[in-house]
Design a protein around this ligand. Structure first.
Ligand SMILES: [Fe+2]
Ligand SMILES: [Fe+2]
Length: 283
């Protein structure tokens, strides 16, 4: 059953249109069938600043979904729940995991969901907090993937991610989820960081949605550390699914965006806070 897709608006991204705040993070507002869902909350201040600048009223949203428990997607959870204390929240329980990035010769950096945001979510009533452990329709025609199986051996989480500060326990980021929206033109796929890998994510969405046609892909694709071999298989898979457009943003990485432009006929339009997609968009 298709939702009547109305719009997608990037509220927080590493890049921003004039007059908006850029921040390493992501937040996207999707409207479909007269309802709306906020996907992620950015790192901290950009969501509040940009919603004010754009005239977006978070008190009206119907659902609030979290792609995974990294600080740059969950830092303004408290702000969203202050604006809209009764909004339905969707996430995987592993969003609460402690996690670290550890680059060679650098100290471990904690990249967990901030403690105060974890507390706000943990204190929600069961009737408001929906743990997503499988593909779940959160609004008519708007779905969260649930955890994404990792079948493609060339895809990894995209960084030196661990669940401990000593770097002994790799973090599979199993809470990573994407979203898809059923539209008349095909599926619109929205990724947070895509730590499961883009081919794994698209394969999963096509398998569980029962739909083969992908209209477009928007979001962070976390390919900044990807090998040319991995970029190659990603491009091969994109040629199979033939999305009309890709709006890579946040953590995708400039080299991956350039590779896509060089190797695909698909329209590649890098995203930014203030980017807006409507159903009649032509690519
Ligand atoms: Fe991210
Ligand atoms: Fe992430």
């Amino acid at each position: 059953m298709s939702a009547e897709f109305q719009s997608l608006e990037i509220l927080v991204d590493n890049q921003a249109a004039d007059g908006l705040m850029a921040e390493h993070g992501l937040s996207v507002l999707i409207k479909a069938g007269g309802k709306s869902v906020l996907f992620d909350a950015g790192q901290k201040d950009a969501l509040e600043q940009n919603t004010k600048a754009l005239g977006v009223n978070l008190t009206k949203i119907d659902a609030f979904a979290l792609s995974h428990g990294h600080y740059d997607h969950t830092g303004a959870v408290d702000f969203v729940l202050q604006e809209n204390p009764e909004v339905s929240v969707y996430a995987h329980p592993k969003i609460f995991s402690r996690r670290f990035s550890i680059y060679p010769n650098k100290d471990a950096k904690e990249i967990s969901m901030p403690a105060e945001e974890r507390l706000v979510v943990a204190n929600l009533l069961d009737s408001q907090l929906h743990w997503v452990r499988e593909p779940t329709q959160i609004l008519k025609g708007v779905w969260m993937t649930g955890p994404i199986p990792r079948f493609q051996p060339l895809e990894d989480t995209g960084g030196p991610f661990f669940t401990d500060a000593d770097g002994r326990d790799p973090d599979p980021i199993e809470d990573d989820m994407a979203m898809w929206i059923e539209t008349e033109k095909g599926l619109l796929v929205v990724c947070g960081c895509c730590h499961s890998g883009l081919t794994n994510t698209l394969d999963h969405i096509v398998a569980v949605s029962g739909r083969k046609r992908i209209w477009g892909i928007v979001g962070g694709l976390h390919l900044k550390n990807a090998s040319e071999q991995r970029l190659g298989i990603t491009v091969n898979m994109l040629r199979v699914y033939e999305p009309e457009f890709i709006v890579p943003c946040h953590c995708t990485g400039g080299a991956a965006i350039a590779y896509f432009k060089d190797h695909l006929n698909t329209e590649i339009q890098p995203g930014y806070a203030g980017y807006r997609l409507e159903p009649n968009a032509v690519f």
